[in-house]
Design a protein around this ligand. Structure first.
Ligand SMILES: C[S@@+](CC[C@H](N)C(=O)[O-])C[C@H]1O[C@@H](n2cnc3c(N)ncnc32)[C@H](O)[C@@H]1O
Length: 287
């Protein structure tokens, strides 16, 4: 789900907002902060993004400048700690949709069909799940093939606490269903009525298999499961080479030998020396 599109309007004009434009020094401070908090690298072209996304918070507090907001989040208080979560929610980009990069789900279906007879369990980690569409898409494909014959589970995580809450609700506006194939829509989605009109809900058959958690990939991973499959899609584009290396090594530690890692189509592990074997474009295996 693209929260930015729904939650924000145009880049603010300081003349209209009455709040002076973000200065280079202020931009530098927020850029450093989001790098430290989530590993997200922002170049100079992201100045308007930071300016636009933080403006709501400045208005919310009735501040007169970005500097005042920065001062608030530096304070050693519970309020500042809470505000840092909101800042991470706002400065990370959550663009996602059901069946995004569908070749990966075709690959998953082929993999499961081929290996079903040998599987005793199948544990998946969706490592930057955003608002959940990727996790529920994987769940539809997995349940359709494995059903309840083999124990399977999905851990879905994201650094953004706010987006994980949205994901865990399993509730989406009806227009978000347009990429879900008809057979899955019928089997795994329930259309809202009355107060839920205009929404659909993911069925409990899938919800019961998925656990959502806030996890920061640049920190030690608080998961004990060793996974058979990990999705790490469309998040490395926000990381520099050093951060990518840290994140992929954290992920690889949680993969079983032989497990598969899927990255976004525009991403690769080139130059990271991860020890993971290239299988085909955007698909890797732990040897
Ligand atoms: C563009 S979305 C991709 C969502 C989904 N994987 C997909 O491909 O559709 C990137 C997600 O990565 C998350 N993210 C950014 N930095 C992260 C970090 N350090 N740890 C975990 N998630 C992170 C963001 O919050 C965001 O939800």
């Amino acid at each position: 789900m693209n929260l930015q599109n729904t939650a924000f309007s145009d880049i603010p004009d300081p003349q209209i907002t009455g709040i002076p434009d973000i200065t280079d020094i202020e931009f530098e401070k927020f850029r450093k902060l989001i790098y430290e908090l989530a590993g997200v690298s922002m170049n100079d072209s992201k100045k308007s993004l930071i300016r636009g996304r933080l403006l709501r918070r400045i208005r919310y507090y009735g501040f007169k400048s970005y500097k005042e907001y920065y001062k608030l989040i530096q304070e050693p208080t519970a309020e500042a700690k809470e505000e840092l979560h909101i800042l991470v929610d706002l400065l990370t980009t959550h663009e996602t949709y059901f069946f995004r990069e569908p070749e990966h789900f075709k690959y998953l279906a082929e993999y499961l069909t081929l290996h079903k007879k040998d599987l005793r369990e199948f544990n998946v980690w969706i490592a930057a799940s955003s608002s959940g569409e990727e996790a529920y898409t994987a769940a539809m494909v997995i349940h359709d093939i494995l059903g309840d014959d083999i124990p399977w589970s999905i851990e879905a995580s994201d650094v953004s606490r706010g987006i994980i809450e949205i994901a865990a609700s399993g509730l989406y506006p009806l227009e978000r269903a347009d990429k879900i194939p008809e057979q899955y829509l019928k089997k795994y989605c329930r259309k809202g009525v009355k107060s839920m009109e205009g929404l659909f809900k993911i069925s409990n058959v899938l919800m019961n298999r998925i656990t959502f958690k806030q996890i920061n990939l640049i920190e030690e991973i608080p998961l004990r499961t060793n996974f058979d499959l990990v999705f790490l899609r469309n998040v490395m584009i926000y990381f520099n080479q050093e951060t990518k290396k840290t994140v992929v090594s954290h992920i690889a530690e949680r993969m079983k030998p032989g497990a598969i890692l899927i990255v976004g189509h525009s991403e690769s592990l080139n130059g990271l020396n991860t020890g993971l074997k290239w299988i085909k474009q955007s698909v890797y295996q732990k040897v």
